[in-house]
Design a protein around this ligand. Sequence first.
Ligand code: ADP
Ligand code: MG
Length: 253
Amino acid sequence: MARRKKIYEGKAKILYEGPEPGTLVQYFKDEGMVAEAGGPDIVEGRGVLNNRLSEFFMTGLNAIGVPTHFIRRINMREQLIRAVEIIPLAVVVRNFAAGAMTERLGIAEGTALPRPIVEFYYKDEALGDPLVTEEHVIAFGWAGQQDLDDMVALALRVNDFLSGVMMGVGIRLVDFRIEVGRIWEGDFQRLIVADEISPDSCRLWDMRTGERFGKDAGAADPSLLSEAHAEVARRLGVLPTNVTHSTKPTLIN
Ligand code: ADP
Ligand code: MG
């Protein structure tokens, strides 16, 4: 059997050549960052949950007309996606103050922001993904003004959708990040949501208890991360409710 071609291996995912031109297979590993703990970590079952949750969110976005790269899930750890030209920026939307914003601006953690705030971070690991302004983005040619406007609009639509879905299961969407990519359709190009949308790319706090379920869940104890991810999946109905920490993730469909 011919071996498929590996295109890229990152911290959390591997990209393989897809079955048709313009497609890729995205494989979700169990590795990734435990955000506040400051390093990469392997959390058993994380890749399975992120694959399934990213499918859940992106399918919902596609259904309401917010374009994403997601085509279909292939198996527990893999999904078929459209290949895009990634814009080298992480687009972050914040609804409540947390993380870098509290450190940089001295705003108390959990403060409700007067409106969602969209930020751009230059994707360069060696530099620590620094916060950049639209001026930097345009001057250095990472994206154009129209791209920036489209990215803000896209990110705010994702924010409204995700906030609503999360609120429905008692979870506050504190902030999240997406990556955006360019695709060509004939002579036209447009920007679509790429990469992943999962608890690893969101801060998610229980609306009642404040318990953390997203990327900051493992700050105190990385072993809690997979249980937190599983809780999000259970509440959203993509995992059976009786799965416990000791059981490996089981998909409903
Ligand atoms: P990293 O360690 O660089 O964050 P990941 O482990 O998250 O990498 O792997 C995903 C990589 O694939 C990222 O570099 C991301 O920008 C890229 N990517 C995500 N979606 C697409 C897509 N649809 N087409 C091409 N590249 C993509
Ligand atoms: Mg990544």
